[in-house]
Design a protein. Sequence first.
Length: 478
Amino acid sequence: MLTGSDSRVSARLALDNPWWDTGRVPSPILALPPRAFFERLFERVASSDPGHPLIVTGGRRVGKTTLLHHFAQGLIEAGIGPRRIVYVNLAAPAFAGVAVGDLAELAPDADNPAASGPLYVLLDDCHVRPRWRETVASLGAGSPPAVTVAASAVRDVAPTAAHDAVLPPLTFYEYVHAAEPDRPPVVDPDPAAIAALNGLFLDYLNEGAYPRPPGTPGSERLRLLAADLAGAVFDSDLPQRFGIADTAELARLFAVVAERTAGETGIEELAAAAALAKNTVRRHLDFLEAAHLIVRLPRIEGNAAGFARAVTFKVHLSAPAFRAALFGRAERDDPATEPLTETAVLGQWLHSPSLPRLRFARWRVGAAERSVDLVCVDAGKGRPLWAVDVTWSNRAYADADALAGLAALAPGVERPFPRRITTRTLAGTRSAGTVECGFVPAALYAYGLVRDVVARRTGPPVPSASGSAAAEAATHSV
């Protein structure tokens, strides 16, 4: 059992918790603005009881540490005593071998009979500790009990009573407003607005993975991204903690995936392309997904039914900019920009509890093959809630066959559901038989998904003549 006389541990805790003396989190620590999801997550922290910790997972460099410090400042502003809030970075050598419960007890007001209410324990880099979820859960039963927020760079699928949330790479909405937080939301697809938004979207595809200080040049963003991706994952101890000894093999597979982002593939195809054994590919894919670097989408048939034994899947980078970090920029008319656009649209969903409902569809109708890039299915009834084909082109607007997949999807479903096709600049509606499809610029669509979620949390709905993503955004929130 530790006491406050353990100078090594106490000194490090005092260094990491300056608000114990000053009453607020220092401004330099909060230099980056809160993420778009801060208000939603903070509500969960402020209203939590000790038996329901919040687990935040997300890839390295996405801002988990900054988020924890914004939580600390938010709690102080909500009236929680600063000396009852303790931040612990479990990766710090000073805490090696020290029980988390003992660290929590070293908060200055942990044993203060004049202080009431729970402690608030903010745990960072939890993935360095084995069985850390059990430890987090036990803090709620301690004395005094602790409301706990735990951040990890790796998703752990072990059964738990904790509430999990994902902090994703930067969304397009956040990228647009990072340098100009007070900029009015973009709502309508007028040509001037779309031209400006498309320019920002291309930059986002190439450099928009991680939060950066305002004013960071694009070339510097890309250089930092390349260094971060290598240093934070492939040159770190993270793969070794999950039994992957050869990080060169892991990096080779990741490069293959990056080249094929948004493409349908399978284990055998990836194994051949990366010159790896199939079991190695499976293990490495599991790690890349757990580490929030890729997302795999299951395939469904045209009737929205899944497969008992799926052979293929779509694989996406969790941020399109990872490809640029490996291979350089993709410009406006580069062939890679189309699949990167699809990956970017999917990336706006990585924070959402609806992510497990997303699928892609491919099936045959006679001699013809049909497909739809993104379908959200009702988990209980197996019917589509909405469907989107993602393109970076205006060709689909004048191509009748472009509607064929969307029009033929789930023909037996009685209730109509929104069907859209993204374009480069055009908006409108067209019909295929009795099915109506909406067209919306891809950049506006990606932007609107998070814009509409943020608007619902902070004020009245944003009026939009385009109606670009209302149904989809409605399935974003908890």
